[in-house]
Design a binder for this molecule. Structure first.
Ligand code: TXA
Ligand code: MG
Length: 344
């Protein structure tokens, strides 16, 4: 099939994309976080195409994208008041809420779970597509399963050209890492995945937040987890990645000592001079963590090259959006971290 490339700036685009969604086709959609691979979330056959195109395990549920908090009750039940407060505070935006699912949501969409994840993306064209389609759009990140997420239309075409009906090109994604996921189906709210809405922002509204263990540690693939997606190898380029923590100088000394030809260094722009001759790639500025989140997946995709032996990566420290960047990079590194300060 020929994959249409539709510009988000073109007035016809929402109508064409919505019609394709209604017909059960796959359409990649831009959001503020990453591009999603969208289909009618209420149509099992359409949703099955997403799993097939991505090579995604069947038990890994999808997020339903809706165009406003008034749609939550169409697909969820027993919605706590706090969900509406979160929606008012952070929607449209990079926050996904897990709530009990209504029967109209196919189990194929929820990966067999009785809950469903919902989010209202901060992209006007995508919300218009959802509104015109008249159905919620189920959309995982549009990357092939296990690979770094897609933050441009080019990334989507790289992975899916000729296999999906269309991609809506809305330019590079502003946030660059996927949405924050909070589970509201238990006694206490639980952070399942950090993202553009920070734990600090959530705690300010919720007063309480449990950090799920899948956020900070490697999860066994046979484990029972709240967010099934968190147990799979993720965001990973072809070669092993090692995060080197510690001061700029100590980390550079460690990496330069261990570097062999064929390796790459993924670092902050400020550090480029320290890695002359080590083929460094900067993904943003350490002084502005938003540039790191926006640049991370493009950089990881560039490093997804079987000719590279090994990547040494520098990771920002601290909370806020840096927390989400740490989570993605640690997963890409399968939690392989060395502390340059501890090395003699
Ligand atoms: O920013 C985003 O969230 C992007 C854009 C496209 O909206 N989407 C995205 O989807 O990241 P995906 O499928 O790559 O990641 C969704 C995550 C997975 O880890 C999945 O297991 C989890 O959300 N998830 C979905 N439904 C869930 C549910 N009912 N309970 C727990 N976790 C759920
Ligand atoms: Mg994903």
């Amino acid at each position: 099939m020929k994959t249409l490339r539709l510009s988000a700036l073109d007035a016809e685009t929402p109508f064409i994309a919505a019609e394709l969604i209604r017909r059960g086709e796959l359409v990649a959609i831009p959001t503020e976080t990453v591009y999603g691979l969208g289909a009618n979330g209420l149509d099992e056959t359409a949703v099955a195409k997403i799993f097939e195109a991505k090579g995604r395990p069947q038990d890994n549920p999808l997020i339903l994208h809706i165009c406003g908090s008034e749609q939550m009750a169409l697909f969820c039940h027993d919605i706590p008041e706090i969900a509406y407060t979160l929606a008012e505070t952070f929607w449209p935006g990079p926050l996904t809420m897990v709530l009990p699912a209504r029967d109209c949501v196919p189990r194929r969409t929820t990966g067999g779970l009785s809950t469903v994840a919902v989010r209202c993306p901060d992209n006007a064209v995508t919300r218009e597509i959802i509104r015109l389609a008249g159905v919620p759009i189920a959309a995982p990140s549009a990357n092939l399963s296990g690979k770094p997420s897609t933050t441009t239309a080019e990334h989507v075409l790289h992975d899916h050209d000729g296999k999906i009906a269309a991609v809506v090109d809305g330019g590079a994604c502003r946030v660059g890492v996927e949405s924050t996921i909070v589970d509201l189906t238990e006694d206490r709210p639980r952070l399942l995945r950090p993202g553009g809405i920070t734990p600090e922002q959530l705690t300010a509204v919720l007063g309480d937040l449990v950090i799920d263990k899948a956020v900070t540690a490697q999860i066994d693939k046979d484990a029972v987890v709240k967010a099934p997606g968190m147990k799979y190898r993720h965001y990973a380029p072809a070669e092993p990645v090692t995060i080197v923590s510690g001061s700029r100088e100590k980390a550079a000394a460690y990496i330069r000592r261990h570097f062999t030809p064929g390796d790459r260094v993924l670092c902050f722009e400020e550090e480029l001079p320290l890695y002359a001759g080590c083929n460094p790639l900067a993904y943003g500025r350490e002084a502005d963590v938003n540039t790191l989140s926006a640049g991370l997946f493009s950089a990881l995709r560039e490093l997804d090259d079987p000719k590279i032996h090994q990547v040494y990566a520098r990771c920002p420290v601290g909370g806020g959006v840096a927390y989400a960047v740490q989570n993605r990079l640690k997963k890409a590194a399968a939690f392989h971290i060395v502390d340059a300060e501890a090395e003699v």
